[in-house]
Design a protein around this ligand. Structure first.
Ligand code: SF4
Length: 369
């Protein structure tokens, strides 16, 4: 059922679906067409308040607003299709990008805002470096039903070129009144490496001008089996990227580093796979990670199908799924920096709301985002 649902989520090819339940029908309409660039530009040209609604003011300030008030979305959609993430379903697998003019105008308008202090916290989207990179075939015929754009390898039809992003970054940081523009959204390192023409120049620009001390990357795990269950690239590309980042950082004379997002207790991950991850972070990344999240099943994802059925939805094979809360916490503690006491952590996991999003993203919850 989930395959059918997922395959009917592309606005060009989707058919409406109905499911009978007793004497009633559940109807899933095909998604709306992806917004064109002029439509997207029009939306972002509106005169937003960049503030919380006055109604909520008496309840205090909204802390999350500080990171998004002066952030600029460059695009919508994501073709990463990580199995734990619902963005491909609710924003679509087709990346719709704003024009450079629209983004630069918004940046200029922000400089006039009375609360603006010169810092744009994030210039990005669901995946920062997908801006202005999309498959021509998908735009005309819809996303492939049986293939993914980035997994298990990057599809040769997808032409990855960061030139437009490079150009945008160079121009936006030169706008009078702007001191810094950070790229706070995650970067797909496999895409940077695949771009033989401008990948290195793009990363050089990010390292030299757009990193706020730490650049976020999301390997999520290191064990090949769990990575396959996640639909994520292998660690080989992560290590290559790390080397490049560190070399460029050294050359730029900066003190900055990579932050790694990791998931514990993902379907398919037992103590054995977490030991493998521990070995990887200790010996290859040489750190004790802070950004480790216990997996929570997000609606409309393959990972949730895995969690509830305890089967690989692509092969039907039985998979191990950790469902015991104490064991989930134990998986996290195998690799994460110790924080509060364990009892509190178990309590936190029980009371956390798995569907709580951040901005327009339904990625797994990160405490720092
Ligand atoms: S041809 Fe390749 S890049 Fe294009 S939609 Fe299909 S899988 Fe994605």
């Amino acid at each position: 059922m989930y395959h059918l649902f997922y395959q009917n989520n592309d606005p060009i090819t989707a058919k409406g679906l109905t499911q009978q339940k007793g004497d009633r029908f559940l109807v899933q309409n095909p998604p709306a067409l992806t917004l064109t660039q002029p439509q997207l530009d029009k939306i972002y040209s509106l005169n937003y308040e960049r503030d919380q609604h006055p109604y909520y003011e008496k309840q205090g300030s909204v802390k999350a607003l500080e990171t998004i008030r002066f952030s600029i979305p460059t695009h919508r959609g994501c073709y990463g299709e990580c199995n734990f993430c619902a963005i491909a379903v609710h924003e679509g697998r087709t990346v719709a990008s704003r024009s450079q003019t629209s983004i630069l105008s918004e940046a200029q308008a922000i400089t006039k805002h009375p609360k603006f202090k010169g810092i744009i916290n994030d210039l990005g989207g669901p995946t920062a470096n997908m801006y202005a990179i999309e498959c021509a075939k998908k735009l005309h015929n819809g996303a492939c039903v049986d293939n993914r754009c980035l997994f298990p390898e990057i599809c040769p039809v997808l032409k990855i070129d960061h030139t437009n992003q490079l150009d945008l970054l160079t121009k936006i940081r030169q706008i009078p009144g702007i001191k810094k523009v950070f790229v706070g959204s995650g970067i797909r390192y496999d895409m940077v490496l695949a771009d033989k023409q401008s990948g290195l120049a793009y990363l050089k620009e990010i390292v030299a001008h757009h990193t706020s001390g730490q650049l976020k990357v999301a390997p999520e795990h290191a064990d090949p089996y769990v990575l396959k269950m996640m639909g994520k690239p292998t660690v080989g590309s992560l290590l290559k990227f790390k080397k490049m980042f560190e070399k460029l950082t050294y050359e730029a004379g900066k003190d900055q580093y990579l932050t790694y997002y990791l998931i514990a207790a993902y379907p398919g991950s037992s103590d054995r796979e977490m030991k493998q991850l521990k070995e990887f972070v200790t010996n290859k990344l040489r750190l004790t990670p802070e950004q480790v999240q216990i997996f929570t099943p997000t609606p409309s994802t393959y990972a949730s199908v895995m969690y509830y059925t305890e089967q690989d939805p692509f092969t039907g094979e039985t998979i191990f799924v950790e469902k015991n809360i104490t064991q989930k916490v134990a998986q996290k503690e195998m690799i994460a920096k110790p924080t509060a006491n364990s009892a509190n952590k178990v309590e936190n996991v029980r009371t956390s709301n798995p569907s709580r999003g951040y901005a327009n993203k339904t990625r797994p919850q990160r405490s720092s985002r």
